[in-house]
Design a protein around this ligand. Structure first.
Ligand code: SAH
Length: 234
């Protein structure tokens, strides 16, 4: 099977892996976002005791926080260094209900279909050559009645200005070259991938960054960063 991954993207995350858990470092936006998305996911899934797979988990910011809420979490990624960082961090925290694996989501879906109560795939689709294939694999991994969550960046002039010019060049919140405009996904495109994969699209939420307070909040405005909740019919 040819791999649905971009080696340059994986290397980019590998090179920064040692900074993953620095709350002031290159991954600060993920740290700042995490409480919001965690609460949103938990409200729908009710994490305690649930089996969750976190696709494109990186250094494990979301995976670990879901495990702390009592879910049994598997984090998967194709970049080795972030996975090592994630594993080490989980070991130090003594979390037994958290495991990590280097495996493509498509391969995992073939190996363990319909095995998870929830699938999370955050800030990952915009780094992948064929996002629709990832969405299909996520849909295959979830049990009937289970939840699938994605987050990514919209593709329009405002998203270009805020997510690339603003975040990478002006505010320097993210390293230059973190995001490529052409890989951003409109909510309409992501919904179509989800529906084509047999999922019901339940909800969209915008995640808005306030550069003055440096805080994120959930809004109805999906014009830049957004989350989508889907459900596999039961
Ligand atoms: N989901 C995490 C990390 C986001 S960073 C969070 O939101 O906190 C994007 C991650 O996607 C990186 O860890 C990168 O290695 C991973 N990634 C990129 N392409 C991938 C692919 N084809 N398969 C799996 N993971 C991939």
């Amino acid at each position: 099977m040819s791999m649905n991954a971009d080696p340059q993207e994986l290397a980019k995350f590998g090179d920064l892996a040692h900074k993953w858990w620095d709350p002031e470092g290159e991954f600060r936006p993920l740290h700042d976002l995490n409480p919001l998305r965690l609460d949103w996911i938990d409200a729908q899934v009710r994490l305690p005791g649930k089996r969750v797979v976190d696709v494109g988990c990186g250094g494990g910011i979301l995976s670990e926080s879901m495990a702390r809420r009592g879910a049994e979490v598997l984090g998967v990624d194709l970049s080795v260094k972030p996975l090592r960082v994630a594993q080490l961090h989980a070991m130090e925290a003594g979390l037994a209900n958290l495991a990590y694996r280097e495996v493509a989501v498509e391969a995992l879906a073939a190996e363990a279909p319909a095995s998870f109560d929830a699938v999370t795939c955050m800030e990952m689709l915009e780094h992948v050559p064929e996002p629709a294939s990832v969405v299909r694999a996520c849909a295959a991994l979830v049990k009937p009645g289970g939840w699938v969550f994605f987050s990514t960046i919209n593709r329009n002039a405002k998203a270009f200005l805020l997510a690339i010019v603003g975040a990478e060049h002006l505010l320097k919140m993210l390293p230059k070259g973190t995001h490529e405009y052409a890989r951003f996904l409109r909510p309409s495109e992501l919904s179509r991938f989800a529906r084509d994969a047999g999922l019901d699209v339940v909800e969209f939420k915008g995640m808005e960054f306030n550069p003055l307070s440096k805080r994120y909040r959930l809004t109805a405005d999906t014009s830049v960063n957004y989350l989508i909740a889907c459900r596999r019919p039961g």
